[in-house]
Design a protein around this ligand. Structure first.
Ligand code: ADP
Ligand code: TRP
Length: 319
């Protein structure tokens, strides 16, 4: 089974990225042949500064490795190191109905947030379909917000098969329901674009400040506190043991513990959870050349697969 996923280097990786995408992807690397990549071509639709994009890509590579991506098990590479993916995107675009892309939420969301309505942003799902199909992927672990893109991928693959004969297998999404939406500092979905993120590798004082800044209501210390949609509980559940989580939930329900104390416990929980990752990150940063080596080897392995799929595609469509 081939497992594939990508993540855009569009900012510093946060807990939403970790629990929604990176952790499930890392766990899946045990279950099959994993291909994970840094979607720098996709990030170019919103990050249009060379130094920033380069720095983000590097940081993402370091952080993903620090979180446990194992280059001995998973093929880890940069999307742009496999240029054939843009060729495939073009081929796919010739059978992709405009209406299919017009229905995609992400284009509407991003233009509503002020990003220029470029062709690249509009065609984003086609490039994503190419990412998936060029490696004959079976399973694609993503957050729930990417579900529609997986549906588009399956539609496009079906169109190619219908038009040119059986060429692609249809990939399945893998979406973890329990961590489908990680809450941010304001209780809404954690996202770079909402400015409510907690970065995985934030320094201790920054992390503490962020956690202490989580938005809460004005329930007095002694009173029971609402557990529904609580960002504190939602985040604590991800990092604490079941017993510690239940203890915090009980404190919410009984009252008598203030939000300040609850946040301190959450901070300690997050800091502890990532201690192993932080140590690994320091080792990675100390080994100059490691990241370049990993990505170069990954690119070679990825191109090996994409070359053979592209030969099949070109033959099927008459190029
Ligand atoms: P952002 O919303 O911060 O821009 P991205 O859209 O780049 O994050 O998401 C990268 C990956 O992380 C995707 O697979 C996405 O589903 C996942 N992800 C991002 N934020 C969350 C979240 N709050 N909860 C769960 N998964 C998330
Ligand atoms: N669109 C994904 C995101 O924003 C990133 C991505 C690009 C991706 N290509 C992919 C994810 C292929 C899975 C498979 O998070």
């Amino acid at each position: 089974m081939r497992i594939l996923s990508g993540i855009q280097p569009s900012g510093t990786p946060h807990l939403g990225n970790y629990f929604g995408m990176m952790k499930p992807a890392i766990e899946l690397q045990e279950k099959g042949e994993a291909f994970y990549f840094i979607a720098d071509l996709h990030a170019l639709t919103t990050v249009q500064d060379a130094a920033t994009l380069r720095a983000n890509s590097r940081e993402l590579a370091v952080d993903f490795l620090a979180c446990g991506l194992d280059p001995a098990r998973a093929v880890f590479f940069r999307q742009s190191d496999v240029p054939a993916v843009t060729e495939l995107a073009w081929i796919l675009s010739t059978v992709t109905p405009m209406g299919l892309l017009e229905r995609c939420h992400s284009f509407k969301d991003k233009t509503a947030r002020g990003f220029a309505a470029s062709h690249g942003l509009f065609a984003y799902p086609v490039l994503m379909a190419a990412d998936i199909l060029i490696y004959d992927s079976d399973l694609v672990p993503v957050g729930r917000d990417q579900k529609q893109h997986l549906e588009v991928t399956r539609d496009i693959a079906g169109k190619i098969n219908e038009t040119f004969g059986e060429t692609f297998k249809l990939p399945e999404p893998s979406i973890r329901e329990e961590t489908a939406i990680v809450p941010g500092l304001d209780g809404a979905k954690m996202s770079k674009s909402y400015g409510n993120t907690i970065e995985i590798f934030a320094p201790e004082n920054v992390l503490k400040k962020k956690v202490m800044g989580i938005k809460t209501d004005s329930t007095p210390v002694e009173s029971p506190k609402p557990t529904e949609n609580s960002a504190i509980l939602g985040l604590y559940k991800l990092v604490a043991s079941p017993e510690d989580y239940q203890a915090m939930e009980a404190d919410f329900l009984q009252g008598g513990v203030g939000y300040g104390d609850l946040k301190k416990r959450l901070f300690a929980g997050i800091w502890e959870y990532f201690s192993v990752h932080r140590a690994r990150r320091a080792e990675i940063l100390a080994d100059t050349g490691l990241v370049d080596r990993v990505l170069e080897e990954g690119a070679q392995k990825a191109r090996h697969v994409s070359d053979s799929v592209m030969a099949r595609v070109r033959k099927a469509v008459g190029l």
